[in-house]
Design a protein around this ligand. Structure first.
Ligand code: ADP
Ligand code: MG
Length: 244
């Protein structure tokens, strides 16, 4: 299996604070890698490094064939066509309809003709169960629906890799379930994805690889069953019992 993401010995500080402290990790094609860990352990920073939102101090990152850790000569626009990222806050454009939110990047960045963009929007909105709301505005939707549109907007760009940073953390349990279902379907259809989540049951059931981050390091990594059932470190054992 080929690696879509390959991270070697990544270091990143903000001023005096060492946030990533020698992280190495691979995400192979069609894998779901789930990242768990306490607040402040560096999870978001790690994801942000993968699509060039953060400049790294040292180490190597290759994503979809791009050397992301070497900003000189890196075409961020090309990289971001291949890497979708969805955050906790949905960031839809409030003055645009659902359909236009999805087609905007297609017509502007990808230069796709509007008719083709609309048919792409149709199909990705169908994938997230939101095609019936294509003429609605974001404020008319629930948080879960907005998040599903945000996911559709990323999918419209036909990414090779999807990054999800705590996309359900702001949602009620019922709305969380519908967003997790969308992510489950994506995984089952072979999307390569790396996600930061507090949804332990979801990670346990669906992740191919579970990563526990602690103090800016990959503290433990392996099959979810193994990490949950037989944590090797007291830090992971404590974290798992606190999340139950
Ligand atoms: P997590 O997602 O695991 O909660 P983060 O990657 O968001 O962790 O943050 C790790 C540490 O880096 C935290 O202590 C946070 O305050 C710090 N940090 C993150 N982003 C910045 C930034 N832009 N400037 C300064 N410090 C930051
Ligand atoms: Mg975070």
């Amino acid at each position: 299996m080929s690696a879509i993401v390959s991270i070697r010995n990544l270091h990143k500080s903000f001023g005096p604070a060492k946030v990533l402290n020698g992280v190495s990790l691979e995400v192979k094609k069609s894998q779901m890698v789930a990242i768990i860990g306490r607040s402040g352990s560096g999870k978001s920073t790690l994801l942000r490094c993968l699509n060039g939102l953060e400049k790294v101090d040292s180490g190597d990152i290759e994503v979809c064939g791009y050397q992301v850790s070497r900003p000189e000569g890196l075409d961020l626009r090309q990289l971001r066509k291949k890497v979708g990222i969805v955050f906790q806050s949905y960031n839809l454009f409030p003055h645009l309809t659902v359909e236009r939110n999805v087609t905007l990047a297609l017509t502007t960045i990808k230069k796709m003709p509007l008719a083709e963009a609309k048919s792409t929007a149709d199909s990705v909105l169908q994938m997230v169960g939101m095609e019936h709301k294509k003429d609605a505005y974001p404020e008319q939707l629930s948080g879960g629906q907005q998040q599903r549109v945000a996911i559709a907007r990323s999918l419209a760009m036909a990414p090779e890799l999807m990054l999800f940073d705590e996309v359900t953390s702001a949602l009620d349990p019922e709305l969380t379930a519908e967003v997790l279902k969308v992510m489950e379907n994506l995984a089952r259809n072979g999307m390569t994805m790396a996600l930061v989540t507090h949804e332990m049951a979801f990670a346990r059931k669906l992740a191919d690889v579970l990563v526990f981050m602690h103090q800016g390091k990959v503290w433990e990594v392996g099959p979810p069953e193994e990490l949950f059932e037989r944590p090797k470190t007291s830090e992971l054992a404590k974290f798992v019992s606190s999340e139950l």
